[in-house]
Design a protein around this ligand. Structure first.
Ligand SMILES: Cc1cc2nc3c(=O)[nH]c(=O)nc-3n(C[C@H](O)[C@H](O)[C@H](O)COP(=O)(O)O)c2cc1C
Length: 457
């Protein structure tokens, strides 16, 4: 979540971060809930992370007995990372779309944290049974803060080993006690005036999460993870820090079919654990690809079915002209289907708000999420999590692309109705929630890159 670089063009200077964000507006805030750790803190504490300083601001010092009560269900040391969003940071520019952008950003942040933890050999799990009210108390967030309300999103538990029966909630008694502790500090306010976007407030209230009783099936901790990345000898830290969004694609870079298959195999939740094991269910999003420049794969529209159980439903619901031909050139394990062959460059550009990055790269894509039926069955609180899953997919794509010496860009601006029309979807059981593009980036030599820290603001 730190800064990864400063950019400079003429007199202008702006910071970029390890995690991407719609419009580089960074509405996501991060908190650390930590036990006492040698050479770090003699007491348990809750702190806010300040990216510009790469420092922690103590919000609340906890006693050891409270920490013990909070973590009584864990048989090993644990720390937590809390995530929240400030909708106004996106809404001043994007209006109602801010809700979706904030939650896509949360998804990117979740995957960034999970992948970083994994690079240290650690494991992450979202505490999915906690309520929004409990999170608000644990992060010390006021209900309303001068029109820049900070909405709690989730809490991630980080452990050194993978837990067979993941803990998904924390004792309410401990949370109540923490809420009554002595909290320090007050969040800065970004704007002197603001505009109230009623729709965002209504959606946020509707999506407040109650406590739930979900459970995770016993995790087979010895499960074989698909490892097809022998070609990757890159350094994880370097890769994570060099990640950048392509601002424009070069219209000429091709990748090989094998590279494409490797890249998309990383998006299969069953075959690859991190970061998709953060959520109890992370296969609610199916992927439609517009293949433009992949050597060995004909240009056209393809579908990667991440959840095999909904293949039949998808075939029934979608455009009857789609051929659903399983690709034989890739591994049996990769459920990749050709829907239509042909040049899809103009189509994909049109569907992504006419943005050329969608047509000028190697491929672009639509993330199609289960929607109305799933939300009705589960509850409106699931709505943000559908975006989180899309953001996580985006973050994996960013890093995989970077590892192949090409680049990705999240596309939060798209026309959903024309997408559904093209796919033949007539009801709201599936909706597109995010687009993405991957290809050879054009670099702008006029923009200087400076180190993230140590050179002043
Ligand atoms: C959710 C999301 C949506 C985005 N939507 C677009 C978009 O529609 N068009 C675009 O050119 N870039 C888009 N981006 C890229 C951002 O502009 C980029 O992440 C930001 O400027 C920071 O740059 P960086 O990713 O290089 O750190 C999006 C990024 C995210 C995370």
């Amino acid at each position: 979540m730190a800064l990864s670089a400063w950019k400079q063009a003429g007199e202008s200077r702006w910071a970029l971060r390890v995690n991407p964000s719609s419009g580089n507006l960074h509405p996501t805030e991060v908190y650390l809930l930590s036990p006492a750790i040698d050479n770090f803190s003699s007491t348990p504490l809750i702190a806010h992370y300040a990216p510009q300083e790469h420092g922690l601001e103590t919000r609340c010092v906890l006693t050891n007995p409270i920490w013990k009560l909070l973590t009584e269900d864990y048989s090993e040391p644990v720390l937590f990372i809390g995530i929240s969003s400030i909708y106004w940071r996106e809404a001043w520019k994007y209006g109602t779309r801010a809700f979706r952008y904030c939650h896509l950003d949360v998804g990117h942040a979740l995957a960034a944290i999970s992948l970083s933890a994994a690079s240290l050999g650690w494991h992450c799990q979202i505490l999915e049974n906690c309520s929004t009210r409990q999170l608000r108390m644990l992060l010390g967030l006021p209900d309303n803060h001068k029109n820049e309300t900070e909405q709690p999103d989730c809490l991630i538990a980080i452990t050194q080993t993978k837990i067979k029966y993941p803990v998904l909630s924390l004792p309410d008694q401990a949370i109540q006690q923490i809420a009554l502790c002595d909290w320090q500090g007050e969040a800065n306010v970004l704007s002197s005036t603001s505009v109230c976007w009623d729709v965002i407030n209504t959606i946020a209230i509707t999506c407040e999460k109650p406590t739930t009783q979900l459970s995770v099936a016993n995790r087979d901790i010895h499960k074989e993870i698909m490892r097809q990345h022998a070609h990757l000898t890159v350094n994880a830290q370097q890769l994570i820090q060099q990640r950048r969004s392509a601002v424009a694609m070069d219209k000429q870079t091709y990748i090989q079919a094998e590279q494409f298959y490797q890249l998309i195999s990383r998006l299969m939740p069953e075959q690859v654990e991190t970061p998709f094991n953060l959520l109890i269910s992370a296969a609610r999003v199916q992927l439609i690809f517009f293949v433009h420049r992949v050597e060995g794969i004909k240009p056209g529209v393809y579908c990667l079915v991440r959840d095999s159980e909904i293949l039949t439903e998808l075939k029934q619901l979608m455009n009857e002209q789609f051929v659903w031909q399983k690709l034989k050139t890739c591994s049996e394990k990769l459920p990749l289907f050709c829907l239509l062959e042909g040049d899809a460059k103009l189509l994909s550009q049109k569907l992504s708000c006419q943005q050329e990055i969608a047509s000028d790269g190697c491929f672009s894509m639509v993330m199609l999420s289960q929607f109305k039926k799933t939300l009705q069955n589960t509850g409106a609180w699931l709505y943000p999590q559908l975006y989180w899953e899309c953001g996580m997919i985006g973050q994996v794509l960013y890093l995989e692309a970077e590892a192949m010496n090409i680049q990705g860009t999240g596309i939060g601006c798209f026309f959903d109705d024309p997408v559904h029309e093209f796919l033949g979807l007539q009801n709201m059981n599936f909706q597109t929630l995010y687009h993405f593009t991957v290809g050879g980036a054009i670099h702008d030599d006029r923009v200087l890159t400076l180190p993230a820290y140590g050179t002043g603001k």
